[in-house]
Design a protein around this ligand. Structure first.
Ligand code: ZN
Length: 494
């Protein structure tokens, strides 16, 4: 019986993984090269494939199978045990929502994206507000149906970062706010303002050349993945052997494409280094948003904005842009790529002010799910919080509450994982520094030691370990945000 059930689970896993692979391929196509004219048929196909996924997964046979295996968990091998856990989580998250609500909600989501886009273009929140209101009503209903205890926001936080709760985040963000707000002030007062050279005209073909040069140097395996461009850069894994990243180029900004490429390469390294023993499985992907962001941010900030990394790479960049970067010394370059600025747009924010942008969204989402809030009040709550945390106030909703796409897709609970990612990265770096000379490695652009540590302690496990287990096993202690604050102060307060 047990052997039979394990066999059934493996079959289910490979079937669902194949459906998921197809969904991902469609998504990749839609975001990169698909024609605008084909949007309707693509939506139909995407809908049909979602139905196949739902019908294959959400039924009593699968429910019983997972129950039976879960009862005999102690007898299972490690891989099967991890598969049971991951599928039980996925099942419980969807199963309690009635099919009708599920599909009505999907329709609402697809319509609200264009409402959000229009609202943003016209700088008018009232176009998006009725959609947002409905999405919130559905989300609150789903949270109730899913029946988890504790703060209602915890249920959706857990979707993106398993194990994370309001209690943990309140403490994390309180501590961050107390230390970062004064740090921002200090840095802004004394830092170099000589950064305009970044916004000269930089030939895009050469930017692409630098991106293509740097990704394999960072460890990306070009034979098991590729890079192209898209409006909103992202990483997508069809399998560990086919990991795709996108970047984007701006002619009047040299740093944008460089750090986007390094960031996405960090995500890709995680996916490419997952152990091959899991095969094509739900386990063969990064475990959570927070751990994923820890890898992209570690590459982008902890490594990519380190002065030693640029000791090696600035001469190469200067060779490409002999005229534009002629007078740029290493000191000037380092100061420019680590420039701190109070700004309104999250995705353009520097390392130090970034978590403040996340705190605004966290405070608002927490409020939405614990109070009865009128959506029309949200823009002014947003603007007040920006004024309080960052000392600046948006002039319109496009540079305020409408800037991010997430809420139009119902992705509440997502934002905190960005800040957690930076904090996890600092804790990982601290541990790595006890085992290796990161600065020396970067100075010679020798990435093997760094890559190997990340692979052995984080990447290879895929989704077979929970985020908290990965952190504990890799660093010897549970998540501790002090390392993040220490990292920021060491780097910026000197
Ligand atoms: Zn990312």
């Amino acid at each position: 019986m047990l052997t039979e059930n394990i066999e059934k689970l493996n079959k289910l896993d490979s079937k669902l993984s194949a459906v998921f692979y197809t969904q991902s391929l469609l998504e990749w196509d839609a975001e990169t090269i698909a024609s605008i004219g084909g949007v309707e048929e693509r939506a139909i196909v995407a809908g049909k494939i979602s139905e196949i996924y739902f019908n294959t997964f959400i039924n009593t046979d699968v429910e019983n199978l997972l129950e039976e295996l879960n009862e005999r968990k102690a007898e299972l091998d490690e891989i099967t045990k991890a598969k049971v856990s991951i599928y039980k989580r996925k099942f419980d998250n969807i199963a309690k929502i009635p099919v009708k609500d599920y599909s009505d909600y999907q329709v609402l989501i697809s319509k609200s994206y264009s409402a959000w886009e229009k609202a943003k273009n016209e700088e008018d929140f009232s176009i998006f507000a009725p959609f947002l209101e409905k999405i919130i009503i559905y989300q609150k209903k789903f949270i109730k149906l899913r029946g988890k205890s504790g703060h209602p926001y915890n249920t959706i936080l857990d979707d993106f970062e398993p194990g994370i709760t309001v209690e943990i985040l309140d403490e994390f963000f309180d501590k961050l706010r107390d230390s970062i707000v004064p740090l921002v002030q200090k840095v802004c007062d004394k830092q170099s303002k000589d950064i305009d050279f970044i916004n000269q005209k930089f030939d895009i073909a050469k930017q692409a050349e630098f991106s293509e040069y740097i990704i394999p140097k960072l460890g990306f395996d070009n034979s098991r993945g590729m890079m192209t461009t898209s409006v909103h850069p992202f990483t997508l894994n069809l399998s560990r052997n086919d990991v795709r990243i996108t970047t984007h180029f701006q002619e009047n900004n040299i740093t944008e494409s460089i750090f986007t490429t390094i960031h996405e390469t960090g995500h890709a390294m995680y996916e490419q280094n997952i152990s091959e023993k899991y095969g094509l499985s739900a386990l063969t992907t990064g475990v959570s948003m927070g751990i994923h962001e820890s890898q992209s941010r570690l590459y982008e900030n902890n490594l990519g904005r380190n002065i030693n990394f640029w000791n090696f790479n600035l001469p190469i960049l200067k060779h490409l842009y002999e005229k534009e970067l002629k007078d740029v010394s290493i000191g000037k370059w380092y100061a420019a790529v680590n420039h701190v600025k109070r700004s309104l747009i999250r995705i353009e924010a520097d390392e130090v002010t970034y978590p403040l942008h996340i705190m605004v969204r966290y405070e608002i989402e927490k409020k939405i799910f614990s109070e009865d809030i009128d959506v029309n009040e949200l823009p002014s709550i947003w603007n007040d919080l920006y004024e309080e945390y960052l000392g600046i106030r948006p002039k319109n909703d496009a540079e305020g509450i409408l800037q991010d796409v997430h809420w139009s897709g119902g992705d509440f609970g997502y934002f905190p994982s960005y800040a957690l990612g930076s904090a996890y990265a600092a804790q990982f770096e601290k541990t790595m520094r006890k085992k290796m000379d990161i600065d020396k490695d970067l100075n010679n652009l020798e990435m093997d030691e760094i890559k190997e540590w990340l692979k052995e302690n984080i990447h290879k496990y895929g989704s077979s370990k929970m985020p908290s287990e990965i952190i504990k096993d890799a660093t010897g202690e549970k998540f501790n945000s002090d390392y993040y604050i220490e990292y920021l102060y060491n780097k910026y307060d000197n």
